[in-house]
Design a protein around this ligand. Sequence first.
Ligand SMILES: NS(=O)(=O)c1ccc(Cc2ccc([N+](=O)[O-])cc2)cc1
Ligand SMILES: [Zn+2]
Length: 259
Amino acid sequence: CSRKNRNAALHPLWQSPLTIPGGTRQSPINIQWRDSVYDPFLKPLKISYDPTTCLHIWNNGYSFLVEFDDSTDRSIIVGGPLENQYRLKQFHFHWGAINDWGSEHTVDSKFYPAELHLVHWNAVEYPSFEEAVMEGNGLAVIGVFLKLGARHEGLQTLVDALPAVKHKDTVIEFDVFDPSCLLPSCPDYWTYAGSLTTPPLTESVTWIIKKKPIEVDEDQLEAFRMLLFTSDGEEEKRMVDNFRPLQPLMDRTVRSSFQ
Ligand SMILES: NS(=O)(=O)c1ccc(Cc2ccc([N+](=O)[O-])cc2)cc1
Ligand SMILES: [Zn+2]
């Protein structure tokens, strides 16, 4: 490809190419509602999180992560498209500089202002998260869209802690939080085989994307946008637009748990 195109493939935030050479199941994707296939054999997703497994909030320079103690099976998901139970490792968000974009996945080409990812790993088959990351069925990520609306009381406890992790590589203890308060009550989801959306971009994720968004208000989105990609002392760069561009669907079908 011409020099221009090659440069277009290198997004500043990811240094590595936007599509993995030979990648056949990259994420995120656009979910075309009418092309998704209802699968009556999909089970309901069962979620049981123990709020005391919450450890801390960490600004890792891409997003802010809320990390959990994944040394036991106290916070797990099971069912849905999953063969095994998967342990909660962390959750994080992706968002835009303005409300017109920010989510990683889109639905019928519509962006949401932000997207939550709850990251789980297959501790039944693999000894650690790092090993699971390298396996086709190693991870399960629940995606939840955020839309502008009413203030989300559960999210507010998280938002109140964000000023303490404004800079890259800062961490604050956060010892009781139940992430199920961030899930919509509607059980409907889409599911497809995909990848991590940040390096190492490994094709190890069973994506479970909730059909219904949760509502957050403008102040809560603005709180995300005052975080920084940069460390204390560096020239400030606001942490916004930390989402990967859409990737080709290729030979994949998105299944729905609903008709
Ligand atoms: N956005 S996402 O696809 O849900 C996503 C989920 C988890 C991670 C975290 C991560 C995944 C793997 C590694 N690694 O193998 O070095 C380091 C960090 C990165 C990205
Ligand atoms: Zn993510």
